[in-house]
Design a binder for this molecule. Structure first.
Ligand code: DAH
Length: 332
């Protein structure tokens, strides 16, 4: 009979070790200690034994129960610990999900540049205006004193859109048409900047892109002079680049301004950066939008953002600005 008890214990320990959850463990517990269990049957038979044998069997039964209960308790402990760990894992909120490799992204260098420029101009009292990228001939050229067949149209190689009258719809070649829209819809005084994307039929190289960005500035008011233009450009230069920078104007030609100039920025090391064009709004342009040039005068300037951003951050090739190479984009 002691052999039977030893086998029951070995079997029991084996089953306890193999169960995978607390429910199965409870079942094993019932099998081992229930009224129908092998141990209970042996116990029931004890009353028929000789006193000496009964004592030995009783002792063996006690030891067997102690070992099995200890094994069950130990297994219950470890199964409960597994369960707790599993629950914690399931309910865990991962606060470290935004690992460096999965950064949520940021604004593109050109957008950052645009927003900084807008901030500077807004700080100087200008409002921000926008216009469409698909333009008609009137706003992009004619109203800007560039009538059909004007040779200056060749300065801006144009993408035409197959819409309406042939040649009438274009991808805007500059942000200057927004000046026209603004003057058509607003009575002076006007103090506005107009940033946006522009298009030219060019093969991209280190200093040119077919799709790039400009910002335009327009002031129309009573008594606006060339001195106001020069001082506004210089104030902007210092506000955007810093006190060590200054500006200069060089005579130039644009059909929409008279007189016209190009403006350069002088860096603290004495070198010059050609930035954009400017001038006094041509009286023809004012007349085209129904503003009386005897009553009002104005100035305008415009320049490219992409080149400015590239210069500021030491980007040697403009084509990188337009690239989607994440190693480039991430640097800014
Ligand atoms: N629209 C000119 C261009 O894209 C730049 C420019 C020149 C804008 C003179 C102006 C201006 O407002 O007055 O080349």
């Amino acid at each position: 009979m002691t052999d039977d008890i030893a086998r029951i214990v070995d079997d029991g320990i084996g089953r306890i070790a193999r169960v995978g959850d607390l429910d199965s463990l409870a079942e094993v517990d019932r099998d081992l200690f229930g009224k129908q269990s092998a141990l209970a049957t042996i116990k029931a038979g004890m009353r028929d034994l000789e006193p000496a044998e009964r004592k030995a069997i009783g002792q063996a039964l006690n030891e067997a129960q102690t070992r099995l209960r200890a094994a069950i308790a130990e297994r219950r402990e470890s199964l409960s610990a597994d369960l707790r760990r599993q629950r914690l894992d399931d309910e865990r909120i991962d606060l470290t999900e935004l690992r460096p490799a999965q950064r949520p992204g940021h604004l593109h260098l050109v957008t950052q540049t645009m927003e900084r420029l807008e901030d500077v101009f807004v700080g100087m009292g200008f409002t921000v205006a926008e216009g469409p990228e698909v333009e008609d001939d009137w706003h992009n050229f004619t109203a800007l004193n560039l009538p059909a067949h004007h040779p200056a149209r060749d300065m801006q190689d144009t993408f035409f859109v197959d819409l309406g009258e042939p040649g009438d719809v274009v991808m805007r070649t500059h942000t200057s048409p927004v000046q026209i829209r603004l003057m058509e819809s607003t009575t002076p005084p006007i103090y506005s900047v107009m940033p946006g994307r522009v298009y030219r039929q060019e093969t991209a190289d280190a200093t040119h892109l077919a799709v790039f960005h400009q910002i335009e500035c327009l002031v129309v008011d009573e008594g606006i002079s060339f001195a106001n233009l020069a001082s506004t450009i210089d104030t902007f230069t210092k506000a955007y680049f810093g006190d060590g920078f200054s500006s200069r104007l060089r005579p130039s030609y644009f059909p929409f301004t008279e007189p016209s100039a190009e403006f350069d920025i002088r860096r603290p090391d004495g070198s010059w950066l050609e930035l954009g064009g400017c001038g006094m709004v041509n009286p023809n342009v004012l007349r085209n939008v129904g503003i009386d040039p005897e009553e009002y005068s104005g100035f305008a300037f415009g320049f490219g953002l992409d080149r400015l951003a590239a210069m500021r951050h030491g980007v040697p090739d403009l084509r990188q600005i337009a690239s989607v190479d994440i190693r480039f984009v991430r640097q800014f």
